[in-house]
Design a protein around this ligand. Structure first.
Ligand code: XIL
Length: 582
């Protein structure tokens, strides 16, 4: 470390009491340089260490300033990365301020650590900003982070536990900076059309998570350049957005919504009623049926009210069906157990009143293929709701698929015909289909065969959606492998997305772009003869089906005419007719 002035600043701060240091940092002059530190020549204060040790997973460490670095030697690492932490307290982070964060890190053997910042006592403001692969060669980590909240006592933490060994840090900097320039987006697609150019056919969306949104302008440029919708991956989960009963924290979602609006992206509300990522006050509370209904309505009113008119689509109920005693039935969640079978009806009926213009979606996984027992059960659920007049507009098929580590595809690669058949039966009952969380995770190690399966999966599923008159949305669950939920959730899997960990488009991206490239952006097939105009006197735009089918209007009113068209022309007319629907 060579910055003498920083050295002085650090050595001064190191001798201050935490309270005095905090006051000093709170002053505007000092706020220019929260941590500009790296010498670690004589001491490592005010950095501290912590080990959370259990009998099953002991954690133990010693900190030292060694050769101008801050080194933690772990005699035992505990179970999780956060079981040994090297931290720094009292960062006064300002709202809507970007910070430059940089450090170098090495270890005695390769390992994975996490860096996070945020407010210690309120988990919903703790962001895992970085998962970092550490090697014996010092790696420079350097990024910009947008802090949303006024955080007078934030911490910076290196979470380094899980295995014994030594990890060393140097040149640590946290300083406020101007917002980074968003790089221009040049689509990588071969025909120069980003995926979003085909929204007349199928709207493309992606999930975005607050940490990467907050820290990576290049990611945001790609999302804005290629997609026309976003879904928040976590910021609307109930533990984040209603952490205390009746207290809503919209900070993260508001930031995403403002960004989406600036960039002309639509927003999907996700999710309103779900059993996972729920706050403790709800899961451990003892509430009567009436109280639970009131809580559910208050949550729906809170969110749909706050974003009224801004979100065209809402996942009202998420993942409510599961297997129990060999039967596919209502998942025994706190919603179902405390309210009863009608909690879904009540949620949708209430959601319709909360925002009458929004499309209301039931969202679930493993429900894509007709003939699959869960898919059939969910179809029955939705058909029954429709028949009873419960307001529901669409089914969200999550579409999380995979190839196993050993290359087995038996349970992870779907039958596209069965998906097509499923979409068709939803069409018959007037239900739209949204692909809501698509990804294809690859069991490690990655190889060409698995990559080919992934490419084919994305291309085939998009084609099935395009061909189904009622499938209008295709959302991927995260843009890239760098901010993926997959390795955290399925430890033997990774590489599930269409951009890689360096934010470069993968063959899977080109597989999707290749499917769209068969069409003009207005939805007609390239090279297809346009369908003839309907004969005068035909019913034209009138819906004379008498039913609720979403089959393209042209097909229903000119069936005889269309029957005579060549396949390409038929497809072209299907695409053209889709443009009349939103
Ligand atoms: C996932 C998020 O992507 C993760 O970051 C989080 O840790 C767990 O939840 N079905 C859903 C999504 O409906 O909300 C889930 O998102 C993935 C499965």
């Amino acid at each position: 470390m060579n910055a003498t002035s920083s050295k002085l600043a650090l050595s001064t701060l190191a001798w201050l009491s935490p309270v005095a240091a905090l006051c000093l940092w709170a002053s505007p002059a000092q706020a220019q340089s929260l941590i500009t530190n790296g010498t670690f020549d004589a001491d490592y204060a005010p950095w501290w260490g912590n080990a959370s040790s259990t009998e099953e997973a002991p954690a133990d460490y010693a900190l030292a300033a060694t050769d101008g670095q801050l080194c933690a030697t772990m005699m035992a690492g505990g179970k999780n990365p956060w079981d040994v932490i090297v931290g720094y307290s009292g960062l006064a982070l300002l709202p809507n301020q970007h910070y430059h964060i940089a450090f170098s890190v090495s270890a005695d053997v390769n390992r994975t650590i996490k860096f996070k910042t945020g407010l210690g006592e309120a988990p919903y403001t703790d962001y895992f900003l970085k998962t970092i692969e550490v090697t014996t060669t010092p790696t420079l980590v350097d990024f910009t982070y947008l802090n949303l909240r006024n955080d007078a006592t934030a911490q910076a933490q290196f979470q380094i536990g899980a295995t014994a060994g030594k990890v060393c840090f140097d040149n640590i900097v946290i300083e406020p900076v101007a917002a980074p320039t968003v790089p221009p987006h040049v689509t990588p697609s071969a025909n120069g059309h980003p995926l979003k150019d085909y929204s007349a056919i199928v709207k493309m969306g992606t999930a975005v998570d607050t940490p990467i949104f907050l820290s990576n302008a290049q990611h945001n440029a790609i999302v804005a350049g290629e997609f026309s919708m976003i879904t928040p991956a976590n910021s609307m989960k109930m533990n984040i957005i209603q952490p205390t009963q009746g207290v809503f924290d919209y900070t993260d979602t508001d930031a995403l919504v403002a960004w989406a609006q600036q960039n002309n992206l639509e927003f999907r509300g996700h999710p309103l009623v779900w059993h996972t990522q729920a706050p403790g006050w709800l899961t451990s509370g003892t509430f009567t049926r009436e109280e639970m209904i009131a809580i559910m309505y208050a949550h729906i009113d809170g969110l749909m009210g706050h974003y009224a008119g801004k979100f065209p689509y809402w996942d009202v109920v998420n993942e409510a069906i599961d297997q129990k005693d060999g039967q596919w039935t209502f998942r025994p969640t706190f919603w179902h157990e405390r309210i009863g079978d009608d909690f879904i009806d009540l949620a949708f009926t209430h959601a319709r009143t909360a925002d009458p213009a929004a499309k209301l979606v039931y969202n679930d996984y493993n429900i894509e293929q007709k003939g699959n027992a869960k898919a059939d059960r969910v179809f029955e659920l939705i058909r029954d709701m429709k028949m009873r007049g419960i307001p529901i507009d669409a089914v969200g098929m999550q579409a999380h698929y995979f190839v196993e580590p050993n290359g087995n595809t038996a349970s992870g690669v779907p039958n596209m015909q069965a998906i097509s058949d499923n979409m068709a039966r939803y069409n018959e009952i007037g239900i739209e289909v949204h692909i809501t969380e698509c990804d294809f995770r690859i069991g490690k190690p990655l190889d060409d065969t698995k990559t080919q399966l992934q490419n084919k999966f994305f291309a085939d599923l998009l084609q099935v959606c395009i061909d189904a008159p009622n499938c209008s949305h295709f959302t991927v669950w995260g843009l890239s492998d760098v901010d993926s939920w997959v390795p955290n959730t399925f430890k033997d899997y990774d590489f599930a997305h269409i951009y890689d960990a360096a934010l470069m488009p993968k063959p899977a991206y080109h597989a999707l772009a290749g499917v769209f490239a068969k069409y003009n952006t207005d939805g007609t097939l390239i090279g297809a003869t346009p369908p003839p105009a309907p004969p005068s006197g035909s019913s034209g735009g009138g819906d004379d089906s008498g039913g609720c089918s979403l089959a393209p209007r042209a097909m229903r009113t000119n069936a005889g005419l269309l029957a005579g068209l060549a396949l390409l022309g038929l497809a072209a007319s299907r695409r053209a007719s889709r443009r009349t629907r939103s």
